[in-house]
Design a protein around this ligand. Structure first.
Ligand SMILES: [Mg+2]
Length: 232
């Protein structure tokens, strides 16, 4: 059983751990081209922070199709088939400071790390495997569970109670992400929310959503280590 005085970090992936310079959107563009016969630019929908299923549903709607999970799944399968090549092509990399943070907290017995991401689990495996950081996480809340990001934070808390301690409290949870949707889903369960401006949103844009704390980046990993070590 985990240390009930410990904390749980729930990491977002895209824009937080991974800078892929459009690998995901380009893989979705390929998927729509293949599936519909013409590309529907992902930029035409509100995709940052959205789950893969929410993205697939929005693309189906744009194409005038009936929005059903089965066809969304086919689209996501096509997206996943293009993802490894696009990660290569866009020279995807870990965002500065995050490898150090993952390793640092991994060595701390009262800090646990898991994933809270809009990726489906296979997409998460591909992205984190590509970076070689897939071994740091105790569990993950993925889009396979729900297309609504706010459901995923509730699911992550359930998983914490299953994997760490049955009495795990939202007060012990720090949701880290780069979009207003991450902040919103963290607040949804009463967790602390840490926003980082390494994705598509500026510090000012993130501050407007009143997270617990905003950082411009983790290029100096010590800023987050100091912030969290006061709490763990
Ligand atoms: Mg993100």
């Amino acid at each position: 059983m985990a240390d009930l005085n410990g904390i749980l970090i729930l990491w977002d992936i895209d824009g937080t751990l991974l800078s892929a310079k459009g690998a995901g959107p380009q893989a979705f563009d390929r998927a729509t081209l293949e599936h519909f016969g013409y590309a529907i630019p992902i930029s035409s929908i509100d995709w940052p922070g959205a789950t893969d299923y929410a993205i697939a549903y929005a693309l189906l709607e744009k194409a005038g199709r009936t929005v059903i999970r089965g066809e969304a799944q086919v689209l996501i399968d096509r997206y996943l088939s293009h993802l490894p090549e696009m990660l290569d092509k866009t020279h995807a990399r870990a965002i500065e400071g995050t490898r150090e943070l993952l390793e640092h907290f991994h060595g701390n017995d009262s800090v646990y790390q898991a994933l809270l991401t809009g990726n489906v689990s296979r997409g998460s495996d591909i992205k984190l495997g590509y970076l070689g950081v897939d071994h740091y996480f105790r569990f993950g809340a993925f889009a396979d569970h729900s297309d609504q990001r706010n459901d995923l934070s509730r699911h992550a808390l359930d998983l914490a109670r299953e994997h760490l301690h049955p009495e795990w409290s939202p007060e012990q949870v720090y949701v880290i992400g780069d979009t207003p949707k991450d902040i919103e889903c963290g607040k949804h369960i009463g967790a602390h929310t840490i926003a980082v401006a390494t994705g598509h949103h500026s510090v000012a844009e993130l501050e407007a959503h009143e997270p617990t704390r905003v950082f411009d980046s983790f290029a100096d990993p010590q800023v987050l280590i100091d912030y969290l070590s006061a709490r763990a």
